[in-house]
Design a protein around this ligand. Structure first.
Ligand SMILES: O=C(O)CCC(=O)C(=O)O
Length: 258
């Protein structure tokens, strides 16, 4: 029988894939029963608008309601502070199944950041917005731009409900500042950006599949065109010696050691 370490080790191929592409998917990592329980709590928290939350209107992304008073103005985009939303959320935020894999990529001491992501992304069928091409690191402040986010699908994710799209290999590219707009999204009118965006890959997931992706990987997502809300649980990790910069939002909440 294979032990825990062997079952949760990345193969050399997966490590190489992450280094080359900036992402990989571990299929079926979270048991279906846990996904169902996490989704059920998320559905209750969403129905109750249990704080803290971020609203679609706060993002100002294309397709977001114009104001809190507009139709859909109270649509939640993220249930924030996922780690503190219940024992099963904490269990998966600090999961050894995830930590073991991350340690192969980040080093032996890994920490969960409670300040970034650490949320359930809720993509509403009627009022969800488009997320344009960006790198998550753009608003984060650490000594090194070396963090990994872990995106746990709590249900199916596919084009019609706004699954993630990624640009493989962009985590190691240097993109000239003029190719970004003021909010640090890739400008769609730039010819080089258009070429890059043509390399996009869709990340389709089933419940329990886990996407690991580098904080410099460009990604985007469409709106939800189906009748059901999509739920994804997302956590971000860094090496213990890659400290958040003092006084920034990244240093605002205690890290959790894995
Ligand atoms: O599901 C989405 O719309 C993408 C979310 C995303 O990329 C982000 O919050 O950084």
């Amino acid at each position: 029988m294979r032990g825990f370490a062997a079952m949760n080790a990345l193969s050399q191929h997966e490590v190489a894939q992450f280094q080359r592409d900036g992402f990989f998917v571990a299929r079926g990592l979270v048991p279906r029963a846990d996904c169902a329980a996490l989704k059920s709590t998320a559905q209750s928290d969403l129905a109750a608008i249990k704080a803290p939350v971020e609203y679609e209107v706060d993002t100002k992304y294309p397709g977001a309601p114009a104001s809190h008073a507009a139709p859909g103005g109270r649509t939640v985009r993220r249930l924030l502070q996922a780690y503190a939303r219940g024992p099963l959320f904490a269990r998966w935020g600090a999961a050894p199944e995830i930590g073991h894999r991350l340690k192969q990529l980040l080093g032996p001491m890994v920490q969960l950041s409670q300040a970034h992501h650490n949320c359930v992304m809720t993509k509403n069928p009627r009022y969800s917005s488009l997320t344009e091409w960006h790198q998550d690191i753009r608003y984060w402040s650490f000594e090194r731009p070396e963090l990994i986010s872990v995106w746990i699908a709590l249900g199916r994710e596919f084009a019609e409900n706004g699954c993630l799209l990624v640009l493989p290999g962009t985590h190691v590219m240097d993109i000239a500042p003029q190719r970004f707009d003021a909010a640090l999204f890739l400008r769609p009118d730039d010819a080089s950006n258009r070429e890059l965006i043509a390399t996009q890959q869709r990340v389709e997931l089933d419940a329990g599949d886990v996407l690991f992706f580098h904080c410099r990987l460009f990604h985007a997502a469409g709106s939800n065109q189906t009748a059901e809300t999509k739920f994804s649980l997302v956590f971000t990790y860094h090496a213990a010696d890659n400290r958040p910069l003092a006084g920034t939002r990244s240093a605002g909440l205690a890290d959790i050691a894995l």
